[in-house]
Write a protein that binds this ligand. Structure first.
Ligand SMILES: *[C@@H]1O[C@H](CO)[C@@H](O)[C@H](O)[C@H]1NC(C)=O
Length: 149
């Protein structure tokens, strides 16, 4: 069976990292990557909304070794998702927040947001932890963007 879409779930919320890949791709069958997660795979969504709670990400040294400018990645270089895309022969995943209202990118996008949580913000607010959140764009919000994509 040919697999058209590869969905990665990069969840670093409560465990260090979990990567789900439906199968290996020896024949170049994967046409798209849709990525959900937090700063481990945010290619610029948090920056696209102004990086309100972590403005340092707007400047070097973020991005300095590969992109030569801050892209919103939480790294001075590329992220693992960039290497995965490269390995599969796909372009780097553009951040969804920069594409809203723009063209459909059929090779996939990243919905991941710096500081995102797996649980919804309501939970954190109910525990008086709401002010510690860097973003309200939890996993269910990201999946909502994907459903509209
Ligand atoms: C999350 O939403 C709440 C309620 O609307 C708001 O007060 C808070 O500032 C938001 N947090 C972030 C990080 O945007």
């Amino acid at each position: 069976m040919e697999v058209q879409v590869l969905v990665f779930l990069l969840l670093s919320f409560f465990i260090s990292s979990k990567l789900w890949v439906s199968s290996a791709d020896p024949g170049g069958r994967f046409k798209s990557i849709f990525n959900f997660g937090d700063s481990l795979s945010d290619t610029g969504n948090y920056l696209a909304v102004g990086a309100p709670r972590f403005p340092l990400i707007k400047q070097l040294p973020y991005g300095e070794t590969f992109f030569k400018k801050a892209t919103g990645r939480s790294s001075d270089g590329r992220l693992i998702i960039d290497f995965i895309a490269d390995y599969l022969g796909l372009p780097f995943l553009p951040p969804h927040r920069k594409l809203v209202g723009g063209p459909y990118v059929k090779t996939g996008v990243s919905f991941a947001v710096f500081g995102a949580t797996a649980l919804d913000p309501d939970f954190f607010y109910s525990q008086n932890l709401g002010p510690t959140l860097r973003t309200n764009d939890s996993l269910s919000i990201q999946v909502g963007w994907f459903k509209k994509w």
